[in-house]
Design a protein around this ligand. Structure first.
Ligand code: ZN
Length: 318
């Protein structure tokens, strides 16, 4: 499973490099400057080429991987429930994957937070018949112009059909397809809109982008995230997760308690090292050069965030 996921990531990275190379070859310098750091645009454009894998978990819950954030799916007589919506450009592949799970119509989408790789598919899923539920701050960010410094990108409001029509603030219990699903808002962690989704019967816990399994996480300070918030959310997750629980991260392979504990230790150790060096007066560049994350860089720094990106995210918050 992790092999599949890893090769999916490499393919996507390869595609991104190819497309960036094409861009460099074709555009005049001024236009090139406008495209600089176009992570969001590039991710959206290359989504159609994504490879999607389906992993069956437990209690009729599956997860689709490779089209943005991990999408959990619970089919049944109330229609399919999706946790997150992926990239819009991956619509044909997501639709095929969903059809291969069951013929139930798509009826409900829950967004784990507002980020585009979890919500760009909202509009087509809504047009296909889904009601969309999320935290109040997800509705807020999707409804307004939102700048994310870490991605050097300003999002315009999402189309009307993509905006969650139902919201909650702290906690919500949803009963669908014979399952009880408990949604809980985190104190600001990766953003200010993060929620966890617990399929209580199957004992599957989707903890979204508070957990990146095997990849350095992105921390979105522009909409309320922080390294300390990420650590607090991870401690809260660990306090709840049992040895039997299946843990779905926002990105990376489906995991378990031991992988979550490793991730917590990684966040805490990096925070301590970066904070100590910053306190000594070291600049971000000097701290990056000191390689505080060298032990995990080969595995964790080759995905969504480089070691430098991750150290920069931690540096901002200590
Ligand atoms: Zn995110």
């Amino acid at each position: 499973m992790s092999t599949k996921s890893d090769s999916g990531i490499s393919r996507r990275r390869l595609l991104i490099s190819t497309s960036m190379a094409a861009t460099v070859g074709l555009l005049a310098p001024r236009a090139l400057f406008a495209q600089d750091d176009g992570l969001v645009q590039t991710a959206r454009k290359t989504a159609a080429a994504a490879t999607i894998t389906i992993e069956k978990l437990r209690g009729n819950v599956s997860v689709l991987m490779g089209a943005g954030g991990n999408i959990a799916v619970l089919p049944g007589r109330d229609g399919k429930l999706l946790i997150d919506a992926g990239f819009a450009g991956a619509r044909p592949k997501i639709a095929d994957a969903l059809a291969s799970i069951s013929s139930d119509p798509i009826k409900n989408v829950i967004n784990t937070h507002w980020h585009f790789d979890h919500t760009d598919g909202n509009e087509w899923l809504h047009s296909a018949g889904a009601a969309i539920l999320a935290h109040t701050n997800t509705q807020k960010h999707l409804s307004t112009t939102t700048r994310v410094e870490g991605w050097n990108f300003t999002f315009t409001p999402w189309p009307a059909g993509a905006i969650p029509t139902e919201v909650f603030d702290d906690e919500r219990t949803v009963k669908l397809n014979g399952a009880t699903i408990v949604l809980k808002h985190y104190a600001p962690a990766h953003t200010d809109s993060d929620i966890s989704v617990h399929f209580t019967d199957a004992d599957i816990f989707h903890i979204a982008d508070t957990f990146w399994n095997g990849y350095y996480p992105f921390i979105d300070y522009s909409t309320g995230g922080s390294i300390d918030g990420m650590i607090r959310a991870t401690e809260a997750n660990l306090a709840k997760v049992t040895d039997k629980m299946i843990v779905i991260p926002g990105h990376g392979a489906v995991g378990d308690k031991s992988q979550l504990a490793f991730y917590r230790d990684l966040l805490v150790a990096t925070r301590e090292k970066v904070a100590a060096l910053k306190k000594q007066g070291k600049s971000l560049d000097e701290i990056v050069a000191a390689k505080p994350t060298v032990a995990t860089d080969a595995k964790w720094g080759n995905g969504f965030r480089s070691p430098k990106d991750f150290i920069g995210d931690v540096f901002q918050g200590v």
